[in-house]
Ligand binder design. Sequence first.
Ligand code: NAD
Ligand code: ZN
Length: 245
Amino acid sequence: MDSQWRQLAEWIAQSKRIVFFGGAGVSTESGIPDFRGAKGFYHQDREIPIERVLSIDFFETHPQAYWEWFAQENAREGVAPNAAHRFLAELEKRGSLSAVVTQNIDGLHQSAGSERVFELHGNWSRLLCTGCGRRFSIADFDEARAGTVPRCPSCASVVRPDIVFYGEMLGSGVLEGAVRAIADADMLIVAGTSLVVYPAAGLVDYYDGDRLVLMNATPTPYDSRANLVIREPVGKVFAELSRAV
Ligand code: NAD
Ligand code: ZN
């Protein structure tokens, strides 16, 4: 373990209100591509660009495109929490981590056992009816998992994922909770995010302590503000840390 990692392990051991703020890079080692990383969705040759499939105006007119994309994603084999998700859940149980704030919609933090998770962009396994608002789980709709638009059994309207599409506002309760947790944190670990998607990226500004760790494979606009920058894969770092802390 080099000196950077030792510093990280030391701060984690000393802190009582760690907040972890992550993005798509936290799940790449679980087998889900990110957007802007080397193998991300933005670099794939796609008929319809991903930012279009995930925008609200497009969903309203072409819900089929979203559900086909979801079915493809959902068919990935072996997607499971990695060492980062697991270690964060463990830190929460030990009482040293106060919250996970995530831009991801994959639910892997909860699968690993984390309880206090602010999902800024929602969760693709929770669904809701666009007509009557009735809530569902993805498990309720075999057709959605097969790529066909699910319809509400009560009112027959299109059922949508409970995610924040491009062009929609973030939920105010989730955002306020995340801001409070970050403002109150004694350590902030920001990982696997390019920090270019707003308003999520701006959350880093609410932290005013001196244990700001930025762990990302490629440079971010916030690197110069960090007290520690680590350019290693998040899962690998946390696997190592779980043996050391
Ligand atoms: P992004 O794709 O813009 O950036 C990911 C960053 O993580 C890149 O800078 C990349 O270099 C880095 N990275 C990738 N794998 C890494 C690893 N193993 N270790 C360290 N760094 C790694 O992602 P973003 O900033 O989260 O913004 C993308 C938006 O798309 C988010 O709002 C999110 O909601 C959504 N998204 C979610 C998922 C998911 O739920 N798993 C996947 C893709 C995109
Ligand atoms: Zn309905």
